[in-house]
Design a protein. Structure first.
Length: 93
């Protein structure tokens, strides 16, 4: 299993107890830190996951973690060829 890489400068919290149901989480950005983190990354896309921490900090019970999702399928992203139907293409109509 790969080591978890946390995103520097991006913070997530569970919604406040009085928040409407359509609020999924609250994000805060420390701009200088996040920009520096993004500049250090390779590639055009960075996939992230917002997770519930394994150990909850009693001082910050709403805190979530933001980590890089660098999972890639084994053997690359290869698609299987579509199956050909065994039907005759010479239809009478």
């Amino acid at each position: 299993m790969n080591e978890v890489k946390f995103v520097k400068g991006l913070f997530a919290n569970k919604p406040h107890e009085r928040a409407p149901d359509f609020i999924v989480c609250e994000l805060s950005i420390k701009a200088d830190e996040l920009v520096g983190f993004l500049n250090d990354q390779d590639g055009e896309w960075i996939n992230l996951q917002v997770k519930v921490p394994q150990k909850t900090n009693p001082d910050k019970p709403r805190r979530l973690t933001v980590a890089i999702n660098d999972w890639k399928p084994e053997g690359g992203n290869q698609r299987k060829p579509a199956k050909k139907d065994d039907f005759d293409d010479d239809l009478p109509f």
